[in-house]
Write a protein that binds this ligand. Structure first.
Ligand code: URA
Length: 212
């Protein structure tokens, strides 16, 4: 039986401090973007702490040793467009050799269901560790659809990372993907009638790219 997905709240003081700065209404776009990049690097450190290792014989200037290195195919980061790209940048700072996929989804105004408009991912998903990123796990619809799409392409070892989660989003995601662990910097109070996380930080995409 696959492991049930634990929700890990990354409560490192630096993560929590930066998150508070990001939540502030008056934080300008440039600061918001930089903070998201910094916080994503810190989240990645926690999310990837159990990556499999191998060893290789190397020579230091003083001795020959068996030293640890990441094992297996390159890690794959998958961004849910467009706000996911804000997290991607910080994670790539930490793992520059990672492969990157993008998934674009919009919400059909009639059915309110996510519809795919873009999908491009690296090959051999089945043998890669995959990290799906989106800053806000709100209704959970996009995250659920994105992970389902990756599973249809044989992805097996998937983790989901966000900045903020609503209890409603966690419940929806956990119901559909109990095998995918979730990492977040905070679980907020609730979703409002427009699907925004409260207290939240507003529209993550608009705040990263200054489009409001
Ligand atoms: N997407 C956002 O950008 N913000 C929310 O609060 C919910 C979904």
């Amino acid at each position: 039986m696959p492991p049930q997905n634990p929700v890990t709240v990354v409560d490192h003081p630096l993560v929590q401090h930066k998150l508070t700065l990001m939540r502030r209404r008056e934080t300008p776009t440039a600061d918001f973007r930089r903070l998201l990049r910094e916080i994503s690097l810190l989240l990645a450190y926690e999310v990837l702490r159990d990556l499999p290792l191998t060893t290789e014989t190397i020579e230091t200037p003083l001795a020959t040793i068996e030293a640890p290195l990441l094992r297996g195919k390159k890690l794959c980061l998958v961004s849910i467009l467009r706000a996911g790209n804000g997290i991607l940048d910080g994670m790539l700072d930490l793992v520059p050799s990672a492969r990157v996929g993008h998934i674009g989804l919009y919400r059909d105004p009639e059915t309110l269901q996510p519809v795919e408009y873009y999908y491009k991912v690296p090959d051999a998903l089945a043998s890669r560790e995959i990290v799906v990123v989106d800053p806000m796990l709100a209704t959970g619809n996009s995250a659920v659809a994105a992970v389902a799409r990756l599973k249809r392409d044989d992805a097996r070892k998937i983790r989901f990372v966000c900045l903020l989660a609503a209890p409603e989003g966690i419940e929806a995601f956990t119901r559909d993907h109990p095998d995918v662990p979730v990492f977040t910097a905070a679980v907020d109070d609730h979703l409002n009638d427009h699907g925004y996380i409260v207290p939240g930080l507003g529209d993550a995409g608009d705040r990263v790219y200054g489009t409001k």
